[in-house]
Ligand binder design. Sequence first.
Ligand code: GDG
Length: 472
Amino acid sequence: MCKTIIISNRLPIKITEEDGNLILKDSEGGLATGLGSIYKQNKNIWIGWPGLDIKTEEEKAKITSKLKDENLFPVFLDEDEIQNYYEGFSNEVLWPIFHYMSTYAQFEQKYWDYYKAVNEKFRDAILANIQPGDTVWIQDYQLLLLPKLIRDSIQDVSIGFFQHIPFPSFEIFRLIPWREEILKGMLGADLLGFHTYDDVRHFLSSCTRLLQVQGVANKLIKKGREIMVDAFPMGIDAGKYKTLTKCPGVEEIYQEYLKTFNGLKVILSIDRLDYSKGIIQRIEALEMILDRHPEYINKITLYMIVVPSRDSIPQYKELRDEIDKLVGNINARFRTTSWHPIQYFYRSFPIEYLSAIYSRADICLVTPMRDGMNLVSKEYVASRRRSSGVLILSEMAGASKELAEAIIINPNNIGEIYRAILQALEMPEEEQRQRMTALTNTVEKFDIYHWVKIFMDQLDKIKLTQKQNETR
Ligand code: GDG
């Protein structure tokens, strides 16, 4: 029986150790939930890094055997590999370039060498588990070389690839010293998916300009082999967010928030610490409101959660310092004894708290400079208890293509964010209801299960066509 193999940089679990026993906890991320419907079935498996630097062979064997029970297979990475392949090439070359922040890119040869070597390590882990007829679904920018590495090693497998971050325009992509190798790596797939049609367009344009490939509509033809490239906008587990609002534990936290923020309009902001997320811009827009509209003093609060991320990279550390300074200044300028304009948290919250604050917030402010999709905007919509609340969303987030009933802004225009917040603060209930109802319909209909299904169906279709062509 043929199986499906999912591959991502990280396995969808967190491992901790208590009294010498390994404890596995499922990741709460949307991808883990959506793909859980695949890898937990039949003989399907998920391959990835377990997220720990394991030193001894004995420990590796222990973890491998524990993971096997869950259909999970580890690829162990040492400190140098994590530093150069993950933090280096993935997060200091690909991440900034793909988010149009080219001045942040560090084109280090060593990063590239490790990136190639670790992609080969993932290939070897796949080869140890794959059979002809199997389907492979590779996730994201850390593994761009893997489709070709697999194709060169084994025939008769279907290879899908999905990129969760944007694909930049050719003029930006061409800056990468190793650009051709990256594209060739990706073109080992039969099906390549991106969140938006713009990403698809940019990818096709880079391929036709840099490689000897022909592009016809959303297909590329390389040495007679057809490669399909398409947009698959990722959804969330909307049902889970709806159910959470009805949990007694969440209700308790929600009631607490109601009491704490009694009479205040709450503007919510949730992100990982990242320069692509436009965190500074939204703080500046809030300052503009307080400066120009003192009537909002004591009436609004920005509840801002920033989840620590990549803080060993200098630009992330600088961003954190800048946020600290800006928030400190604004709170010092405008606070009263009983009120803070910004409630800032630099830490991660349990999902029950996220659900409660998503429900309580009157406005959700999502202002990335670039974002593949942005799931926070969808989670806010799915967590509303009444059909009210206003979503302000950057046009640079993939989600803006689907969530047209949000107030759409250009995050580079602080004045526009400022006006959007004012519009949201004053929006009549009826208009909120109309917009939120339409948004909810979209988020519920195109959820994570729908995303997995349309991608896998497309891959199956390609596989079938290839088989038919072979037998002709
Ligand atoms: C990449 C792409 C694309 C946040 N704070 C907490 C917490 N979160 C969760 C949110 C949400 C996730 O993290 C963030 O997802 P995003 O989509 O907003 O952003 P990235 O992490 O950059 O993800 C992005 C995504 O991949 C999927 O393709 O949309 O464009 O960059 O789910 O809820 N979760 C918990 N506590 C927190 O404090 N539990």
